[in-house]
Design a protein around this ligand. Structure first.
Ligand code: NAD
Length: 466
């Protein structure tokens, strides 16, 4: 830790130097990171993820490397424009002045990331922080040790430690870091730990971004193409074995659409992963034994409850896998509905009237996403207006995150702040207001002593201007 404290102190000093460097410096750093991710480090990171939780090469390149590169591309393309001074209007009574905003780096920032997309969720905020001109400490997850180690080497090969540094370690390291002072904390992880981060940040009044989890619901209404919905939801739910913050957690399907929906889900699982999904190389493991135990006990409890199991239901401790499992109409207060599932278990609830899922969704904490499968514009609008969430995706799941032009984040228990593209850049920036007086200031006319004439003038201003 002593070494880490030294590095953070160096970063604090260097952040002041960095703030004065031209924009080209940041662009060059982003370019170096881009070259590294397109070059030899891509393979090293892919191998590390295979070792950590058997994640296939294609998925690592598609869901971790590609979106990080896409964010770098957007940043490099737009940074000049985003960092320009932006003139704002001047009200009449402030005649003789000009006002504008300019974005400045926050300073020395901390990024704490989870294990489920360890590369993207560490390096994407890093790219935003670098673009905004900050020095950065990253603390990736201890549950993906190989990936975290390779990222530490990669960052060490591009940045001096006073500029960007990966601190390896677990909860203790994260706690020690949270005790120290940073200018911004960008945390991605569970809601429970998000609360700890917020409390720690309050000690130094540090600004925070919290990218948290939750139970993102999906509604398939009576107008939907339920077969296609089943296919798309199965893809979204069982990719990464459901270990995705925006995976559909549970689904509400209109009773008249259930059979089509079931067909879409079951056919897709069989098509993707064959008859024995646990043997499929493309179906990833559960990240560690603790999470496997958590999910298996959820599954065991759910099997004892009512509900129709339509596929899956088994797990293997040795392989650290659990089959893609779909259960129709388990109890609403049952094992699958008490916490975020974050694994390959999908409860599906049938309903007659749209009012039912809307009431249930509104009674829970706000999720990251509400997914809607519908061809009825009125229903889509009604769902959108009745629920609160960080995002909505209509007739597709998961893929919305791939649009780096869309702000990404939660609301309430699913988080605060936004990342991706310009939103991510602004999260690491201080938008500074600048007021420039070039003519006679207003106090020349409107200061004490308040004579009758001045009182009349103020009244005139109120009457005419507002
Ligand atoms: P986690 O909250 O357990 O851990 C995240 C990070 O916090 C890790 O680096 C860990 O070392 C650290 N940490 C853990 N306990 C801590 C403590 N007591 N004090 C300080 N730091 C601590 O989350 P996880 O299990 O790694 O990831 C899964 C969770 O993350 C899920 O809830 C998921 O929904 C959420 N998530 C959210 C997003 C998003 O973008 N909103 C993305 C991915 C994952």
């Amino acid at each position: 830790m002593n070494n880490l404290i030294e590095i953070i102190e160096k970063q604090r000093d260097f952040s002041k130097i960095l703030a004065k460097k031209p924009l080209d410096y940041r662009l060059q750093k982003l370019q170096k990171l881009r070259e590294a991710l397109k070059g030899e480090w891509q393979q090293k990171l892919t191998q590390a993820m295979k070792a950590d939780f058997n994640k296939g090469e294609v998925e690592v390149r598609l869901t971790e490397i590609l979106p990080t590169l896409d964010n770098i591309k957007i940043l490099r393309k737009n940074l000049k424009q985003w960092t320009r001074q932006k003139k704002v209007k001047t009200p009449l009574m402030l005649f003789g002045s000009t006002s504008y905003t300019e974005v400045q780096p926050k300073g020395n920032v901390l990024i704490i990331s989870p294990w489920n997309y360890p590369i993207f969720l560490t390096l994407q905020p890093l790219t935003n922080a670098i673009a905004a001109g900050n020095t950065v400490i990253m603390k990736p997850s201890e549950h993906t040790p190989e990936t975290s180690r390779v990222m530490a080497e990669l960052i060490g090969s591009i940045f001096p430690e006073e500029e960007a540094f990966v601190a390896l370690g677990g909860v203790e390291t994260a706690k020690q870091l949270l005790d120290l002072r940073f200018e911004h904390i960008f945390f991605t992880g569970s809601t429970a730990v998000g609360k700890i981060v917020m409390q720690a940040a309050s000690k130094h009044l540090t600004s925070i971004t919290l990218e948290l989890g939750g139970k993102s619901p999906t509604i398939v209404d009576n107008s939907a193409n339920a077969y296609a919905a089943g296919q798309r939801i199965a893809w979204a739910k069982f990719t990464n074995a459901g270990q995705i913050c925006i995976a559909p957690d549970h689904v509400y399907v209109h009773k008249g659409k259930l059979e089509d929906f079931k067909k879409g889900v079951v056919e897709t699982i069989e098509q993707y992963y064959g008859e024995s999904p646990m043997k499929s190389e493309d179906f990833v493991q559960i990240v560690n034994n603790n999470h496997w135990e958590r999910l298996y006990s959820m599954l065991s409890d759910a099997s004892k409850e009512q509900g129709e199991l339509i596929i899956g239901g088994n797990g293997s401790r040795e392989m650290r896998k659990i089959e893609p499992t779909v259960i129709i109409d388990p109890p609403k207060q049952g094992a699958l509905m008490r916490e975020e599932i974050f694994g390959p278990l999908l409860p599906v609830f049938t309903y007659d009237n749209l009012e039912e899922p809307l009431k249930e969704i509104s009674s829970r904490e706000h999720p990251l996403v509400v997914y809607i499968y519908s061809r009825n514009k009125k229903n889509i609008r009604r769902i959108q207006n009745t629920t609160r969430a960080g995002a909505t995706a209509v007739n597709m799941s998961l893929i919305q995150v791939a649009n780096n032009y869309l702000p990404f984040g939660g609301v309430g228990h699913s988080g605060m702040g936004r990342t991706n593209g310009e939103s991510g850049f602004l999260e690491f920036s201080n938008t500074r207001a600048v007021f420039y007086q070039w003519g006679m200031p207003v106090n020349k006319v409107l200061s004490a002593p308040y004579t009758k004439g001045k009182v009349r003038l103020v009244q005139k201003l109120i009457d005419t201007l507002f």
